[in-house]
Design a protein around this ligand. Structure first.
Ligand SMILES: [Cu+2]
Length: 186
């Protein structure tokens, strides 16, 4: 079977009423979604900030290590536990297959997270609040955080990053005051 050319003049044929209706409806939906995409940056509460810096795995590792050195309060399964001061910068480095530290935050305080990867692409997924964010090497992503609920949150890598991907689970703990640290063994 071969394709046949349509009868000449087909392009000038009038569009059927119902077809025209669908074209108009689809166009209106497309335009509405386009503007909603812009409005979502203002009204959507889950948008990460758009601040990003260039970095290198070496530079970010140095920053993360000195951040850990200055804020470490303990250890959890061999991973350092840090408690940064409110309003300070928090450095979190993803690498195959671990997160650089367990982070203890105070409820209702602002923190400036810097997140980067040492090797491949990882996913920063905070559960159970289901916040998701991609993490690439060479980029420092800045996310402003203000936790509004105390408790323990899992940081799950949600981009497949190799054989140990399923083991890459970190932790963020939100407390109201230091007396709660004992509940977590810190
Ligand atoms: Cu992964």
């Amino acid at each position: 079977m071969s394709l046949e050319a349509p009868p000449s003049g087909w392009i000038h044929k009038k569009i059927a009423r119902d077809e025209k209706g669908w074209i108009i409806a689809a166009t209106v939906v497309c335009i509405a979604m386009f503007f909603w995409m812009i409005l979502w940056h203002v009204y959507g509460k889950q948008n990460p900030s758009s601040v990003t810096y260039y970095t290198t795995p070496e530079e970010f590792t140095t920053l993360t290590n000195s951040f850990i050195e200055q804020n470490q309060i303990g250890e959890d399964n061999g991973i350092p536990v840090v408690m940064p001061k409110p309003e300070s910068d928090v450095f979190l480095l993803a690498q195959m297959w671990r997160w650089s530290s367990v982070i203890v935050l105070k409820k209702d305080e602002w923190y400036k997270f810097h997140i980067s990867s040492k090797d491949v692409m990882h996913g920063f997924s905070v559960q159970p609040i289901n916040m998701n964010f991609m993490v690439f090497p060479n980029y420092d992503y800045v996310l402003d955080f203000k936790p509004n609920k105390t408790g323990e949150y899992m940081v799950v890598c949600n981009e497949f990053c190799g054989i140990g991907h399923h083991l890459m689970i970190g932790k963020i703990v939100v407390i109201e005051d230091e007396s709660e640290l004992a509940n977590y063994g810190y």
